[in-house]
Design a protein around this ligand. Structure first.
Ligand SMILES: Nc1ncnc2c1ncn2[C@@H]1O[C@H](COP(=O)(O)OP(=O)(O)OP(=O)(O)O)[C@@H](O)[C@H]1O
Ligand SMILES: [Mg+2]
Length: 216
């Protein structure tokens, strides 16, 4: 994605910030003049502005990966910390989130924040695809002398092969309000780590995303 597009996205954010400010003022004025019911419209507008902002932020992250130092990373440790954050979301959705890690895995070399983002995105998708009562299972293991593998398996809706072929394309989404940047970002980060994402899926049965990462 070009410099130009990234520059444009950046420039769109400034007027959006002004619009947001004026909209908040307008809301306060509406309340002050006793038009409380009409604040619903300003709330909708504010929500939409926030949505546009999120899309731009995701897009900028994709277009300009931020500088981060490469460190030796214990993938189990990284996932363990991250899972504390998502466990709650799973509980709220009535989805059973479990994990089983292979102990004493060799370290990988990587950017911790970027890798967290990869797993958060994949797990967010799994949560969104899995109805109440379903489950998500995460495992880590050593694939061979060179690679570790992190698998995220869900019992969600799965994908048709037509959808499956397009999921990594930027802006491809089957969700209402989805930006379709999540997996494009994941793939970019994983490839930067000289890894690979493999996907298997069956409609109505679930999907499995496997992230392969080279051992340091
Ligand atoms: N675990 C999954 N089960 C079923 N479909 C999935 C799964 N993960 C991804 N998909 C499909 O891949 C598409 C692209 O995913 P991606 O994360 O890139 O975008 P998104 O989730 O739609 O939007 P967002 O930008 O908010 O992440 C989804 O819209 C969905 O159709
Ligand atoms: Mg997503």
């Amino acid at each position: 994605i070009g410099e130009l597009a990234a520059g444009m996205a950046h420039e769109i954010r400034n007027p959006l910030t002004s619009i947001r400010g004026f909209m908040q003022l307008l809301k306060q004025r509406l309340l002050a003049v006793g038009m409380g019911a009409e604040t619903l419209y300003s709330d909708y507008a504010l929500e939409e502005i926030d949505r546009a902002n999120t899309i731009i932020t995701d897009f900028l992250t994709l277009a300009k990966p931020k500088e981060e130092i490469w460190l030796l990373i214990d993938i189990n440790e990284l996932l363990d910390k991250m899972l504390q954050l998502v466990e709650n979301q799973a509980v709220l959705r009535g989805v059973c989130l479990t994990w089983q890690f292979t102990t004493n895995l060799p370290k990988i070399k990587g950017k911790a924040d970027a890798l967290v983002q990869v797993f958060l995105n994949i797990i967010a998708n799994a949560l969104q695809a899995t109805p109440k009562g379903g489950s998500i299972h995460i495992t880590t293991s050593q694939l061979d002398d060179n690679m570790l593998i992190v698998s995220i398996q869900d019992t969600g809706n799965g994908m048709s092969s037509t959808v499956r072929e397009r999921i990594f394309a930027p802006f491809y989404s089957t969700k209402e309000g989805g930006t379709g940047l999540g997996l494009a970002l994941c793939r970019q980060i994983v490839e930067e780590h000289n890894g690979e994402i493999q996907v298997t899926s069956a409609l109505g049965e679930g999907s499995c995303f496997s992230v392969l990462l080279p051992i340091a």
